[in-house]
Design a binder for this molecule. Structure first.
Ligand SMILES: [Ca+2]
Ligand SMILES: [Ca+2]
Length: 209
């Protein structure tokens, strides 16, 4: 009976810890202004490409002092402006089933997020887009994509009708349960528990023999 309880606890704790890598939120406020994000959030399962921290300008809808924008924006005079060829890219190691971001200050250049099923290339599995007016002062739009498996998202302005820019903040993502891969330390924790159980059982068998 006791060993059954221990097994149940081991399995329950394994599932509990495994589910922790199942979802995440990144507010980008732990970075450094002007620096490239790249692999800064790889422990949370996300790697960025052509992405740098930018000043949030305390615009409504942003969190804290920092947001993200394109490292290389194709030479546009506004560092908050970038189009499809210079998209901000996020790659998900485990694969995500739903992803959302806050697009702040989207004006008539619009903004779009494309979701793909591969780290490079692949098939477009979902997209979301928004179009504002003027320079988009005060606007806050949550863009979201969902699919069975998303490995990469690309974010960019739809058009360049003006020098207007956009601020991207608060990335939220979740993975479908069958794509959850436990971290190595969780596996070792779990196997140590099982080993302890086997030793106990042996001792028990010896004592009754
Ligand atoms: Ca932020
Ligand atoms: Ca704007």
């Amino acid at each position: 009976m006791k060993s059954q309880i221990i097994v149940s606890l081991a399995v329950a704790s394994f599932l509990l810890f495994a589910s922790r890598v199942d979802a995440g939120i990144i507010n980008f406020d732990d970075g450094t202004l002007g620096v490239a994000v790249e692999s800064f959030y790889s422990a949370q399962g996300v790697e960025f490409q052509n992405t740098s921290w930018r000043d949030s300008l305390n615009y409504p809808g942003t969190s804290g002092a920092l947001v993200i924008g394109a490292t290389n924006n194709g030479g546009l005079s506004n560092i908050y402006a970038y189009q499809k060829a210079d998209a901000v890219i996020a790659k998900f190691q485990l694969g995500a089933s739903s992803i959302s971001i806050d697009a702040v200050d989207v004006g008539d250049n619009g903004f779009r997020i494309d979701a793909y099923d591969s780290l490079t290339g692949g098939t477009l599995v979902d997209f979301d887009e928004v179009l504002g007016t003027g320079f988009g002062a005060g606007s806050v739009d949550k863009l979201s994509v969902s699919a069975t498996l998303i490995r990469r998202v690309e974010m960019y302005q739809l058009a360049a009708v003006s020098v207007d820019g956009v601020l991207v903040d608060n990335l939220e993502f979740s993975s479908s349960v069958n794509q959850v891969v436990p971290e190595p330390e969780i596996l070792s924790y779990w196997s140590a528990g099982l080993l302890g159980l086997l030793v106990r059982r042996r001792r028990h068998e010896k004592s009754v023999a």
